[in-house]
Design a protein around this ligand. Sequence first.
Ligand SMILES: Cc1cc2nc3c(=O)[nH]c(=O)nc-3n(C[C@H](O)[C@H](O)[C@H](O)COP(=O)(O)OP(=O)(O)OC[C@H]3O[C@@H](n4cnc5c(N)ncnc54)[C@H](O)[C@@H]3O)c2cc1C
Length: 465
Amino acid sequence: MPSSASQTTSISIPQLRADLNGRVIVPGDAGYDEARTIFYGGFDRRPDLVVKVADASDVTRVVSLARETGLDLAVRSGGHSTAGHSVSEGGIVLDLSDMKGLEIDAEARTAWAETGLTAGEYTTAVGAHDLATGFGDTGSVGIGGITLGGGVGFLVRKHGLTIDDLLAAEIVTADGELRRVDAETDSDLFWAIRGGGGNFGVATRFQFRLHDVQSFVGGLLFLPATPDVIHSFIAEAESAPEELSTIANVMTAPPMPFLPEEHHGQLVLMAFMAYAGDTEAGERAVAPFRALATPITDMVKPMPYPEMYFPDQDFHPLATGRTMFVDSVDRGSVDTILEYLQASNAMMRAAQLRVLGGAMARVPADATAFAHRGRRIMVNVAALYERPEEAAGHEAWVTDFAAALSQGDTSGYVNFLGDEGEERIRAAYPGSTWDRLTAVKRRYDPTNLFQLNQNVPPSPKGAGT
Ligand SMILES: Cc1cc2nc3c(=O)[nH]c(=O)nc-3n(C[C@H](O)[C@H](O)[C@H](O)COP(=O)(O)OP(=O)(O)OC[C@H]3O[C@@H](n4cnc5c(N)ncnc54)[C@H](O)[C@@H]3O)c2cc1C
């Protein structure tokens, strides 16, 4: 707990409003319910106040307030935390979503971005210069959360993780200090925030490297979800040139207007295809996937990179999922996937297969706090459903499904973890990563002020560095 937890202070809201440049929203205010809503449904929590910070000085003020009062502090960028960490019961929500400043230096191919931007907003803005930084598969995800956890997306094989393009960051640590960190300055902190999540402070701005995406081939390819097609898809994705990153979702088809109606609600293979390079070579790289079966719908074409993101939707599903890494997806695994997906009655259920490698794998495992550099395939299984009373059934299904696909280790990617307990967090940071993270935590957040997250506690006094 924060050291001052015992000092329960009643905060003067008028004073706080006067002190801050941003907005303070409390129960009873118009907009309170909207302000406490996050992406996933099922988190009906009522914070004491939501502060929509306007700048770094507001962030400093709110961090200090949390430290002084001992109130719980939830930090939110895009609100997509799977575990619901971006809203607290009681306490303070520090919401960065009004901080959307972006300075693009197209010549130097860098951009300074405030962390209230979503992946989609950033991508659209830099895309106007035919440039990009890779984030994930969904535009509404905040650049704050995805970057601090690693960032696995459409450019992962060509350019690596989001953190591989992170050049510097500005971060308010638990002592209320705004620090600019990079490979030279506070390099231990810079190491830790590249994968260690929100444990070390509130990131207010990131400086990213930008890549040329003037020439790009991408879009959705829908194929029949037969065992042969799924198995061959993964084999093709593994042997594809690293310009091509794919995200294969074996799932019940949503009622999308571009999908023939007879497939709605049926299992399909919905794949994001993303070729970052010359268009002719891109078409050649995609051809073997198109040849696996007659596509149900083929939307892959030369296009501007930002079009990979769909428009945001006001959608707050209940969900449960598990994430893991595997070395291969053999025919037995494919059969297991299809059996489990067929057996579930969830509104939507999916197994997502992401073939990794390429640029991501060339970064040494100890260079950043994301240590899964050598893992070949990331697998996520999930059920989306409507009624809270269905939860136990889907929870059991997802647990069994993950166990059936597991290849013996419990590690996973921190950004896809739900509220799964300490062991899973520990496993997200294999080898010496955990000890190094707890030592950095001790240095910058010894009282664990930032604990509403996939929490890394400070190392015991005297341990490590
Ligand atoms: C629909 C969907 C699709 C996704 N797709 C991908 C994907 O393709 N690739 C991928 O890598 N991940 C993906 N994710 C996972 C996503 O990266 C994580 O959920 C991430 O934490 C969300 O970031 P956020 O800022 O939107 O969430 P928030 O809920 O706002 O933040 C999550 C946590 O991050 C920390 N945090 C956020 N911003 C800051 C900040 N500025 N300073 C300090 N701490 C902060 C806090 O601890 C917070 O609890 C997806 C998630 C969803 C829901």
